[in-house]
Design a protein around this ligand. Structure first.
Ligand code: G3P
Ligand code: MG
Length: 235
């Protein structure tokens, strides 16, 4: 059995400005096995990295990402002088590293045209198709990913209980479930999912005792703001 993977949520966001190149570099420096990050699209169709639909909370600017061109959005400060990265910068940083990259499509509020297709094409440009898992709270979008390219791995994000999640994942053609961690803090639930061959990557686990319990349960990946704390648990 593979050991639980240490996936840095928005990079090493517990200590550095979330979803910036600085946070991604620091996550790799402390030994994360992978990075989770969030994708949106500018008005001129450039895929950029940010959690919210707007830039209000994480930069010195305000307004919706969809309403800015890429050049306009680069003028804002995302913390410590960092800019909102584009997807190319992150893919370029991740290539040849053999780490996991979890790209979360943030298309459950704004419907970005071609976000699935454009993201997949970029992944191939950098040769990262084996390293990537695409996830979203928008499960229709994960179906579109599989329709476009069935070999790209997908994960279904959810924050409230579902009945027989492994059966749902199979129906949707997904490779993984990405639940809120508290939904799978249970041996039977984990057992049924693992038996079905569906992967389980949980979000967002920041407490050491919870990390330990999830490792014992055999969870495939833990998404955390503190990859440094999780790393220490592996010795
Ligand atoms: O992908 C895991 C987690 O990031 C999902 O929630 O809101 O932090 O993007 P959120
Ligand atoms: Mg996310």
């Amino acid at each position: 059995m593979n050991r639980t993977l240490n996936i840095a949520h928005r990079g090493f966001s517990g200590k550095y400005p979330e979803n910036t190149m600085m946070a991604f570099r620091k996550a790799v420096e402390v030994g994360a096995d992978g990075i989770e990050t969030d994708l949106h699209m500018t008005s001129d169709g450039i895929i950029v990295i940010c959690h919210d639909e707007t830039i209000d909370r994480t930069t010195n600017g305000s307004g919706f990402i969809k309403d800015y061109t890429y050049d306009e959005i680069r003028k804002f400060d995302a913390g410590k002088g960092e800019k909102i990265p584009n997807l190319d910068e992150l893919l370029n940083f991740m290539k040849n590293k053999n780490l996991l990259l979890n790209l979360e499509l943030k298309n459950d509020v704004v419907n970005y045209n071609n976000l699935e297709k454009d993201t997949i094409n970029k992944i191939y440009e950098y040769g990262l198709e084996k390293n990537v898992i695409i996830s979203s709270f928008n499960h229709q979008s994960m179906k579109r990913v599989k329709q476009y390219d069935s070999s790209i791995r997908t994960g279904l994000l959810y924050g409230s209980p579902i009945c027989k999640p492994e059966e749902y994942a199979k129906q949707m053609g997904a490779d993984a479930l990405h639940p809120l961690f508290s939904l799978v803090m249970n041996q039977d639930v984990v057992h049924d999912i693992k038996k079905s061959g569906i992967l389980i990557n949980v979000y967002t686990v920041n407490k050491e005792d919870e990390m330990k319990k999830l490792i014992e349960l055999g969870i495939d990946g833990i998404i955390t703001n503190y990859p440094n704390i999780l790393k220490k648990l592996f010795g």
